[in-house]
Ligand binder design. Structure first.
Ligand code: ADP
Ligand code: MG
Length: 583
């Protein structure tokens, strides 16, 4: 075959493939255009998971009639004029590619008006060809309608995941942008139902509540950090809220959502020693940096950026996160370097510790980054690890949260919540048939985020097997009529909401594992809490039950149920051995 120059149509389809990977890419480009146009009200409609219809309407600047045809032409943009401009980009768009790309793989209709005398125009494009262009009367702003996405690229259509997954991508995208732009009112309707809505009043907490529910939202820690002309702000979860994957780690750089492995690992590193390996925080961080310091023109979908000083960025993100964690929470894990100071949980003291230590685990018995990377989600053997504990002599309870016990080889501090979770979990998985349930006197109506609601719908059969009776009750709301009998005194809504977060995965795990994960989450909610005083009898029963477990050292989520402080460590700390002196 001789070399030919590809026909325009083929070339634009190839280019479109990079920009428009899935329905959520279309939503992203249209949403970014609306934001660039200065809109403060943006409505998004999605039907058929975005394959049948995506419509984005905004009240922004609009496009002049004479420019409408240009807008859908490749490499046509109003946001950039010279190559020098590429290094000072303040808009989200700049490549002039999105509308052309979308038009080449769908049926695109666009109406727009700059608001002059209510006049505007409408253009229709199908598979890259312009079908019509006419003047019409429309209000100021722009409406872009994308129908039958990928109708002319069946291969791409086949690569799309299940509708539920595609919808989730769209919801995630829109909700994250809503959080990044709290001053814009953004509404998302899916299949005719309102799925998400922000008022544009600038209150980010309010949006967090919609995203994660009230309980989590109120506990998210605020990050505010400025150094070297770079501002990092946003929200991170306290160490007590973690997930089994990185999906809730979001970064925006100068208002642009980016997927940056290095930033994410800086964040995760900051949590290291606080949370279990294989667990990840929830966070949305916004980085503001002079445009000259960051190259945004790396990826056709503009999902990646390159920092001029990437090491500095890594350090700053880590620092910002550590600082926020320290400001809110005392040192959680025991390492020998912390041991002498960790009795104090007062903030000044903790900050001081921060200066003194270098965040390394010194204790070989601790979990370190590279060892013990069992992911509780993917590793089914997690539930059958044999790591028994010795006979323990119970001493008592501290802080109404930990049980203190003596073993042949030192001291054991047992987290009563984690321990009870383990005990409950073992009991529940060993009940192989359908779990008994108890009807609630009053059905409970519970409201969920769009994502969670989708997941609950999907997992109704498993929930049912676990003893829940739940049915749909309006938009993202469910009616709970019964709960597993073993939790008869628990809060049904809390139980349900706490069990869905782990299921936002694309891949469907094995059925058994799926159930185990569900049960693990229920146990977490229902277990004895920290801060609850237990009688000596209850303490003894708990430790006794825990000893019977096949994996007593971890809760079903992989976190430790106990800390072991060896006689050896105690002796070292008192300076009896190893010549470690604090005087
Ligand atoms: P880019 O955003 O990279 O410039 P696009 O293909 O997304 O490229 O859009 C092309 C041009 O169309 C933009 O530069 C802008 O001038 C105009 N445009 C697109 N969407 C809108 C909108 N919602 N409101 C106003 N102008 C828009
Ligand atoms: Mg654009």
């Amino acid at each position: 075959m001789s070399i030919i120059i590809l026909p325009d149509e083929v070339a634009s389809q190839i280019a479109a493939g990079e920009v428009v990977e899935r329905a959520s890419s279309v939503v992203k480009e249209l949403l970014e255009n609306a934001i660039d146009a200065g809109a403060n009200r943006i409505n998004i409609r999605v039907e058929g998971a975005g394959k049948s219809l995506i419509q984005v309407s905004d009240n922004g600047s609009g496009i002049d009639s004479k420019d409408l045809q240009l807008a859908v032409t490749r490499h046509a943009t109003s946001k950039l004029a010279t190559s020098e401009d590429l290094f000072h980009i303040r808009t989200l768009g700049f490549r002039g590619e999105a509308l052309a790309s979308i038009g080449s793989v769908s049926q695109l209709k666009m109406t727009s008006s700059t608001g002059k005398e209510g006049r505007g125009s409408k253009i229709q494009v199908e598979g890259g060809r312009i079908l019509s262009l006419e003047e019409i009367g429309v209000p100021a702003g722009t409406v872009v309608t994308v129908a039958n996405l990928f109708f002319n690229t069946p291969a791409r259509l086949k690569f799309l995941k299940r509708d539920q997954t595609e919808r989730q991508h769209i919801e995630t995208l829109v909700t994250r942008y809503a959080l990044a732009y709290p001053n814009l009112s953004i509404q998302l309707d899916i299949d005719g139902k309102q799925s998400f809505h922000t008022t544009g009043n600038g209150d980010s907490r309010e949006i967090l509540v919609q995203l994660y529910g009230y309980e989590i939202a109120k506990q998210m820690l605020e990050v505010i950090f400025v150094e070297e002309g770079i501002r990092i702000f946003g929200y991170i979860s306290p160490i007590s809220f973690t997930r089994s994957n990185r999906k809730e780690i979001t970064f925006f750089v100068n208002g642009r959502w980016v997927q940056d492995v290095s930033l994410a690992s800086a964040l995760v590193k900051a949590y290291l020693t606080y949370i279990m390996v294989g667990r990840f925080p929830i966070s949305t961080l916004f980085i503001e940096i002079p445009p000259e310091e960051v190259d945004v023109n790396v990826h056709p979908a503009k999902l990646e950026v390159r920092f001029r000083q990437s090491d500095l960025m890594f350090t700053l993100v880590q620092k910002a996160v550590k600082r926020a964690l320290l400001a809110y929470s005392p040192v959680a894990q025991l390492s020998s370097s912390l041991w002498h100071s960790s009795f104090s949980t007062n903030q000044g003291e903790v900050a001081w510790i921060n200066e003194k230590i270098n965040w390394e685990f010194e204790n070989s018995g601790q979990i370190s980054a590279e060892q013990n990377t069992t992911d509780p989600k993917t590793d089914s053997d997690q539930f059958h690890v044999m790591d028994s504990i010795p006979d323990l002599r119970l001493i008592g309870q501290v802080g109404a949260t930990y049980l203190v016990a003596e073993g042949p080889d030192g001291l054991y501090l047992i987290d009563q919540h984690a321990a009870h979770e383990r005990v409950l979990f073992d009991k529940m998985v060993n009940v192989s048939e359908k779990m008994e349930s108890q009807n609630l006197l009053e059905p409970v109506i519970a409201q969920f985020s769009p994502q969670s609601a989708g997941i609950i719908m999907e997992f109704l059969p498993v929930l049912n097997k676990c003893g829940f009776r739940v049915d749909e009750f309006g938009t993202n709301a469910f009616r709970i009529t019964s709960i597993p009998i073993i939790f008869k005194n628990g809060d049904p809504q809390a139980a349900l909401s706490s069990i869905v977060e782990d299921f936002e995965e694309d891949e469907t795990p094995l059925q058994r594992l799926k159930e185990n994960r569900l049960i693990a989450r229920i146990c977490k909610r229902m277990a004895i809490k920290g801060g609850q005083t237990l009688s000596m009898l209850e303490q003894t029963a708990l430790v006794g039950d825990l000893r019977k477990s096949v994996s007593p050292r971890t809760c079903p989520h992989g976190r430790p149920t106990m800390i072991h402080i060896s006689v050896d460590l105690i002796e070292k700390q008192f300076g009896r051995r190893g010549a470690r002196s604090f005087e």
